[in-house]
Design a protein around this ligand. Structure first.
Ligand code: GLN
Length: 455
């Protein structure tokens, strides 16, 4: 049924870069057989999924939305891919994304535009717009994204779906092609909080093949989602972040957020305002740290090891082939960030830019720690506005960056957060998301409060 749905509408929406019809049908059949034999490998056995094209797969190309990887096949599965397979979850295909996960609208994909199912003239969010559009249009009931600065939560917000950025170090980055290694985290996406929790449980866990993976038990997110669905939040303390509201937030987004606060109070929660003074510097710090890591990580695309090779006709030196391949294979946003990062890490600029940004990062983590000493979770709108029109911000990177204002601090601190649908905006009838944030290894709190809010 999902493959039929993809055939019916993905020509218009452009969520998938690759559909693995035969492979997913074979996996579904294997799951059915296991269930019939009373050996279901997981609660989600047989439930298909859309996988962001940044996780390696041995049976489908992995492009990361970039021309530089066109046609490249990975010799190994990412840990997340392997866990999905082991749980009997058929992979429908690979979803469109901003090139190497850099972007907020999926318009930086080298391959195609993805449209928001709620209004096909608008962006589906980014960088994981393909996964969110697939979910919102019922092409897939589950999806996987990655969140480096908001790329799971922000697409979830603008498509009225649920997306979770788990605690850093709890979902393996092995086989997740790196954007910024200290910020990247894979995570689950669904249409309900419980679906998302079931998927979270499948993909999380310690992995010795990821040096930043943490060897600590994953909280019981499924139990928390079930407990939350009873709708009782008495005793829960929720902080509203003072710095994540005010100028620049659309009236409809503000109205939805105020309604959410009232609803959470009605469910028994206590709401207080919390000051996180360094959040105002999150955007500046993020856009130095991320490009710095990008400039280092993307050096591996040297025309020798993976994918595209331009000028390999015997008349050019290795250096020339490398330069020509990168010039042709990387898009403008990726080049912009490689240049910013290379500059920020250069000896004359390092202390003033990269070093300073790392100090700000610590101060943001301290703001969170101080806040969580008093409250269980923090909340804010997920995005300051509803989804903008395709093409509206492509020539204005700064305004594109501002769309992620509310989601970035969590990545800098390595903590956990969810976006849960928060109704439609009174301004334009488009989806609005509520962001719920929790301390490291407090992912279960997101599910409890998200499920209570959703119910
Ligand atoms: N939009 C942000 C950026 O462009 C976040 C991307 C992400 O989370 N992968 O960097």
């Amino acid at each position: 049924a999902h493959l039929d749905r993809i055939a019916e509408i993905d020509g218009e929406l452009g969520a998938f870069l690759h559909v693995g019809a035969d492979e997913s049908l074979a996996a579904a059949k294997a799951a059915d057989d296991a269930i019939a034999a009373g050996e279901a490998p997981s609660a989600l056995a047989g439930v298909p999924i859309a996988l962001k094209d940044v996780f390696t797969t041995t049976d489908a190309p992995t492009t990361c939305g970039s021309k530089i990887l066109e046609g490249w096949m990975s010799p190994y599965d990412a840990t997340v891919t392997a866990k999905l397979r082991a749980a009997g979850i058929p992979i429908l295909g690979k979803t469109n994304m901003d090139e190497f996960a850099m972007g907020s609208s999926t318009e930086n994909s080298a391959y195609q535009v993805t449209r928001n199912p709620w209004d096909v003239t608008r962006i589906p969010g980014g960088s994981g717009g393909g996964s969110a559009a697939a979910l919102a249009s019922y092409q897939a009931p589950l999806a996987i994204g990655t969140d480096t600065g908001g790329s799971i939560r922000q697409p979830a917000s603008v498509t009225a779906t649920v997306g979770v950025k788990p605690t850093y170090g709890t979902v393996s980055r092995y086989g997740l092609v790196a954007c910024a290694s200290s910020l990247d985290q894979g995570g689950p996406c669904g249409r309900t909080v419980l679906d998302t929790a079931l998927l979270h449980q499948v993909i999380a866990g310690h992995d010795p093949r990821d040096s930043t993976s943490i060897d600590q038990a994953i909280p019981d997110v499924v139990g928390a989602a079930r407990a939350g669905a009873t709708g009782d939040l008495s005793g829960v303390r929720i902080g509203v972040v003072k710095q994540l509201q005010g100028d620049g937030y659309q009236p409809g987004v503000v109205a939805s957020f105020e309604a959410a606060c009232k609803q959470l109070t009605d469910l028994g929660a206590t709401i207080v305002e919390v000051d996180c003074p360094h959040f105002s510097y999150a955007l500046g710090a993020y856009y130095l740290i991320l490009p710095s890591e990008v400039s280092s990580n993307l050096a591996r695309f040297d025309a020798m090891r993976y994918g595209l090779r331009v000028g390999d006709d015997g008349t050019h030196s290795a250096d020339e082939v490398m330069a020509m391949t990168r010039a042709a294979g990387f898009g403008p946003e990726v080049k912009r960030r490689i240049m910013i990062g290379t500059y920020a890490l250069s000896s004359g600029a390092y202390d003033a830019f990269y070093g300073q940004a790392q100090k700000v990062r610590t101060l943001i983590a301290r703001d969170f720690a101080k806040a969580y000493a008093d409250v269980d979770v923090l909340i804010s709108p997920t995005t300051p506005t509803t989804p903008f029109k395709l093409g509206e911000k492509v020539d204005d990177p700064l305004s594109m960056y501002l769309f992620d204002l509310c989601t970035l601090p969590v990545n800098l601190a390595g903590t956990a957060a969810m976006s849960v649908p928060s109704g439609l905006s009174s301004d334009d009838g488009l989806p609005v998301g509520l962001q719920i944030m929790a301390p490291a290894f407090g992912d279960d709190r997101l599910y409890r409060i998200g499920a209570a809010y959703e119910a």
